[in-house]
Design a protein around this ligand. Structure first.
Ligand code: NAP
Length: 246
């Protein structure tokens, strides 16, 4: 119970990596606000995961809507008096080659994956600074480090998130807040489910561990970073990719 009495917000908590993060934090004792647009979907997996009874609160959030973000942070702080952990996990892809990429395609990904996380950091950090403690974890991607053909928009957003992580870590370290990023490789979720099987097989050949990752394997790193064992780590990006990007 390393996170007993800790209050955590997880964006993109309706499925995939976000769902696994919510469950892992709750199993380690945290009170979790699981936030996404499809709040019914959160309610449905929460009721199936009986073991964390009462520890996960589903809450509606659209990270592209500034008011929705303010509402979430204020509701969470008002209900519990604090925010200990923020995990910016919500993300989308709108892939295409740069030469034919529409402005909207670029903007939509930046708005969700980068601006949304920026706004959440800005809203939550006030509460953390006041408490002189807090943990922010941004879910980036190895694409933000290495780039990927067909993902210039996504790579720009995820690289930007690493930039925010390093800068904010330097701004708030003296206030007792740590800020880190986790960069997954290929993880089995809806996001990668849409990729052609041929591509997935090809990619797995280049992964030293010879398989895609599971959402739980990202969640466990987030739980570590949110917990007492990570008290002297800030401004870092943890690559969790089975060795793909080495
Ligand atoms: P996913 O299964 O597609 O889930 C994406 C999550 O983001 C959903 O919960 C979705 O919920 C939420 N979301 C999307 N737009 C949102 C919005 N405007 N407001 C609030 N929530 C929103 O993807 P995933 O694989 O779990 O990805 C989670 C994170 O890991 C993303 O940031 C992704 O970029 C990153 N990542 C994934 C992989 C991978 O291989 N899967 C690799 C590297 C990085 P709603 O639709 O209900 O809003």
């Amino acid at each position: 119970m390393t996170l007993k009495d800790q209050i955590a917000i997880v964006t993109g908590g309706s499925r995939g990596i976000g769902q696994a993060i919510c469950l892992d934090l709750a199993r380690h004792g945290a009170q979790v606000f699981a936030a996404a647009r499809n709040v019914d979907r959160i309610h449905s997996w929460v009721s199936e995961a009986g073991e964390t009874d009462g520890k996960i609160t589903p809450i509606a959030l659209d990270v592209t809507d500034p008011q929705s973000i303010e509402r979430l942070v204020e509701e969470c702080a008002a209900a519990t008096g604090k925010i200990d952990v923020l995990i910016n996990n919500a993300g989308i892809t709108r892939d295409g080659l740069l030469m034919s990429m529409e402005d909207e395609q670029f903007d939509e990904v930046i708005d969700t994956n980068l601006r949304g996380a920026f706004r959440l950091c800005r809203s939550a950090i006030r509460h953390m600074i006041r408490a002189r403690r807090g943990r922010i974890i941004n879910i980036t991607s190895i694409t933000g480090i290495a780039g990927n053909a067909g993902q210039a928009n996504y790579a720009a957003a995820k690289a930007g998130l690493i930039g925010i992580t390093k800068s904010l870590a330097k701004e708030v370290g003296k206030r007792g807040v740590t800020v880190n990023a986790v960069a997954p490789g290929f993880i089995e979720t809806d996001m990668t489910d849409v990729l052609p099987d041929k591509l997935k097989t090809e990619v797995q050949k280049h992964i030293p561990l010879q398989r895609m990752g599971r959402p739980e394997e990202i969640a466990s790193v987030c739980t570590f970073l949110a917990g007492p064992g990570a008290s002297y780590i800030t401004g870092q990006t943890f690559v969790v990719d089975g060795g793909l990007h080495t």
